[in-house]
Design a protein around this ligand. Structure first.
Ligand code: SF4
Length: 402
């Protein structure tokens, strides 16, 4: 789905330079605003979902939240829709939100408006008395799904056969399943976020001579090359869909960074063309991108940083300054609205919502809250104790990073 620069019939311009497509059924499906059970990994709600057209949804959400009071704590990831963020008690990235939930021990119900791996992390960090709820179980993460427990176990066998496993320290990005975090903990590794990936890698290279970086190849490569001074040739990509990862034992022995072949479906879409095009379209623009973008995009950008870094950079920017931002569209649009004195545009002209994040909408939130009011606890995300123990060890190692 592409959009044009000039407002046209059936579209709504917004400050980020993005025009909402006309509300055709196709556009709605592409934006993750509906489900097509025949073609999607959809998960039915075990109850009646309110209609998206229900004009009382906002009032119903307010009433249910008020009825639950301090028993419920709603977490809103930065990439969520405005209609959901409006009801969040706190917003942030996934790790901050999980910690915020852990700091609210009196809240029985943690409603995580985000994606599956985030709810798992919240369950790991919160107490046994708290239940973590994902309003739509189909809200997964394509990046996290690119590394399964079986594939990573097989990779470790490949590294063992090549005689390098003893020198490898796993570093797993926060955006991974609890199983992958647990694998990392079992093998003496650490979790990292996009804010502390450099410190995590520096620590890992003090423990061993190679890193297995999971599951985002771009964050791993960008951090190794930009922040640690490695060359791109020091990195190899392990493809779980090829025998032996598509690598020879010699390649594994020579590599410093073994990057898992995973990527974010949102940030991976930005291209060098997007950067060149926006520089022509907006003279004097500063290009600011997330490190989950491809290496060539990061190299062509002016500034690179995590979601929190992007928010702070735009908060601190001079009035009248011009910015093109390469991260999830919901966040870019909100930032553009929050800073009308600055020109903030989306880096790409194509739609770049995270479709799984967008699965969480007001009908699912209302359904979740009203279910809790009625005494039913839906969509509880639970990590088994053994997985939790090892995943927590890897998370604790991250917290202990120098
Ligand atoms: S933005 Fe990317 S990493 Fe984040 S949930 Fe969506 S697909 Fe996953």
């Amino acid at each position: 789905m592409t959009t044009t620069a000039a407002p046209s019939r059936g579209t709504t311009p917004d400050p980020a330079g993005y025009q909402e497509p006309a509300p055709t059924p196709l556009a709605l499906l592409l934006l993750g605003r509906d489900a097509d059970p025949a073609s999607e990994r959809g998960v039915d709600c075990p109850g009646d979902l309110p209609a998206a057209s229900d004009p009382d949804l906002v009032a119903r959400a307010r009433a249910a939240k008020a009825a639950l009071g301090d028993r419920v704590f709603i977490l809103g990831h930065h990439y969520q829709r405005d209609e959901v963020i409006e009801f969040a008690d706190v917003t942030g990235d996934s790790f901050k939100l999980a910690r915020d939930a852990a700091n609210k021990p009196d809240a029985e119900y943690i409603v995580f408006c985000g994606v599956h791996f985030m709810a798992e992390s919240a369950d790991i960090l919160t107490s046994a008395a708290q239940q973590v709820i994902l309003p739509d179980l189909a809200a997964g993460c394509s990046m996290a799904d690119m590394a399964t427990a079986e594939q990573v176990a097989e990779c470790w066998d490949v590294l063992t056969d090549a005689g390098v496993a003893g020198t490898v320290v796993p570093v797993a990005y926060m955006n991974s399943s609890a199983d992958i975090k647990a694998f990392t903990g079992r093998h003496g590794g650490t979790i990292c976020t996009s804010s502390n990936a450099q410190r995590a890698l520096e620590w890992a290279f003090e423990q061993g001579s190679k890193v297995l970086f999971l599951p985002d190849q771009h964050l791993g490569r960008n951090t190794a090359v930009r922040d640690l001074g490695f060359s791109p040739e020091d990195c190899v990509v392990y493809n779980p869909h090829k025998p032996g990862g598509g690598l020879t034992a010699d390649q594994l022995r020579a590599a410093k960074m073994i990057l898992w072949r995973g990527h974010c479906s949102v940030h991976g879409r930005f291209s060098l063309d997007s950067v060149n095009e926006v520089r022509e379209r907006v003279p004097g623009v500063t290009v600011l991108v997330h490190p989950e973008c491809k290496h060539e995009v990061v190299e062509a950008a002016d500034l690179v940083g995590s979601t929190e870094y992007i928010i702070k950079a735009l908060d601190a920017a001079e009035p009248g300054s011009k910015w093109a931002v390469g991260t999830e569209l919901n966040l870019v649009r909100r930032l553009a609205k929050a800073h009308p004195d600055k020109e903030i545009v989306f880096l790409d002209r194509t739609v770049c919502f995270c479709s799984t994040m967008n699965r969480i909408d007001l009908p699912h939130l209302v359904w979740t809250l009203e279910s809790l009011v009625e005494g039913r606890v839906p969509n509880v995300i639970t990590v088994d104790p053994e997985t939790e123990k090892h995943a927590k060890a890897a998370l604790d190692q991250m917290l202990a990073l120098p």
